[in-house]
Design a protein around this ligand. Structure first.
Ligand code: SAH
Length: 397
């Protein structure tokens, strides 16, 4: 590490090089509003109706019958959203429980704190006590009731540690709904829901998802083709692939795609039977995640951005080999730096790809002139969505 860091807004630090780099694209005030928005969840929590099982209107009615406030998106038929309330003022308690970052970010949104997410119960916390849940950076995220004694927490391995009463932001507990269990919807941000539409998969086509797990965009592709495309879902992580199979099983999609655990940077070598035969490829690679919300605190460096960009280009090279002439590549990320987005599209064009225009209502254009009117971007402080990038490319005939 080393080097000077700038704290752009509370909790969000980037190294000086990355700061200077981003200032080529944003004003100081713009960066500040962007990072401030990253600290909050989007005002709308989006889910996607599983149209293989229910039509979106029926899902809305069903949720409203249970008094859940839910609305249809203005443009995407299967996209529904629930308003997120807050920020709420958190009353202070005399005792505290420290949560790890991931758990703190869920509690911040109203989830209970589970035992695996506990870093420390302050001395003397007893079951039934009112406590504040604190993030590792010291920020208070909720008031709740301890469900276990402090000295018990090391001995039990799961279950609720603190039941949340008041959190900074709140929304219904989506993953505990019967409709979720029944696979009637999947929670997915609005920009992520546009990706499968841009890919526009058709029945009968051969589609490859190079970074499939946990299967958000994959399950959408299956929905849009009613399972009638030949879909290959690859991911490097065995654990995430298992999780994906569980999720898609719940959505009723088992058997509608083929999975293999693969490092897809070598797919042309490992699956030579796919080379030159694929109609559509989706690359949704690991990235610096700078658009992911809500995030209470984070540190990012220019070196990380550069190495991610290099890593992402390896998938693009392989996609070029897999696609048949006339085939389509869709590339998406949940991050901000052009090095991981527009610049990688320029790299793809140097291989022979051609970036084609996409149009998504209310989205912004590219951050560099060449792609101003062709690619789509979403910004936390502009669209109030996660930060997101989507581009569509064609391998010419
Ligand atoms: N498309 C998914 C999210 C993908 S996140 C969805 O919509 O739900 C990025 C994924 O890339 C991670 O699951 C990660 O395991 C995977 N990944 C990272 N490096 C990889 C590699 N070399 N080959 C294949 N997958 C990789």
């Amino acid at each position: 590490m080393g080097g000077r860091e700038i704290e752009v807004v509370r909790g969000h630090r980037i190294d000086y090089q990355l700061y200077k780099y981003l200032l080529q694209y944003f004003s100081e005030g713009g960066l500040e509003s962007l990072f401030n928005a990253v600290r909050r969840p989007p005002g709308r929590y989006y889910v996607r109706a599983n149209t293989l099982r229910i039509n979106p209107g029926d899902l809305i009615n069903r949720l409203r019958e249970r008094n859940i406030d839910v609305y249809p998106d203005e443009h995407l038929n299967e996209a529904l959203w629930i308003p997120v309330k807050g920020p709420n003022r958190i009353p202070s308690a005399r005792k505290i429980v420290i949560a790890d970052k991931r758990a703190a970010e869920s509690v911040y949104m109203g989830a209970n704190l589970y035992v695996p997410g506990v870093v420390r119960f302050e001395n003397g916390v007893k079951r039934g006590d009112e406590v504040n849940v604190i993030a590792p950076n010291g920020e208070i995220v909720a008031l709740g009731i301890a469900e276990v004694d402090g000295d018990e927490v090391g001995r039990v391995s799961n279950g609720v540690a603190v039941r949340t009463l008041i959190s900074t932001y709140s929304l219904p507990k989506v993953r505990e709904m019967p409709e979720y269990e029944l696979g009637l919807f999947y929670d997915q941000s609005l920009p992520a829901q546009w990706v499968a539409h841009v890919l526009d998969p058709r029945p009968g086509e051969v589609v490859v998802d190079m970074n499939a797990a946990p299967g958000g965009k994959l399950s959408h592709v299956i929905q849009l083709t009613a399972g009638k495309a030949v879909i290959y879902a690859f991911d490097r992580s065995p654990g995430k692939v298992r999780e994906m199979d569980t999720i898609l099983g719940r959505l009723g999609m088992a058997g509608l795609y083929r999975t293999e655990v693969r490092d897809t940077r070598y797919l042309d070598i490992d699956k030579p039977e796919l080379v030159g035969l694929v109609d559509k490829v989706l690359i949704d690679p690991p990235c610096t995640d700078m658009g992911v919300r809500p995030r209470l605190f984070d540190v990012k460096t220019m070196d990380l951005v550069k190495s991610m960009s290099e890593y992402q280009r390896q998938f693009i090279r392989v996609a070029w080999k897999l696609l048949k002439p006339g085939g389509v590549l869709v590339y998406s990320t949940c991050t901000i730096p052009p090095l991981e987005n527009e610049d990688n599209m320029a790299y793809a064009e140097s291989l022979g790809f051609r970036v084609v225009d996409i149009s998504i209502p209310n989205a912004s254009g590219g951050l560099v002139d060449r792609y101003r009117d062709s690619v789509a971007r979403f910004y936390p402080h502009v669209q109030d969505t996660p930060g997101f990038f989507i581009a569509k490319l064609i391998k010419p005939m």
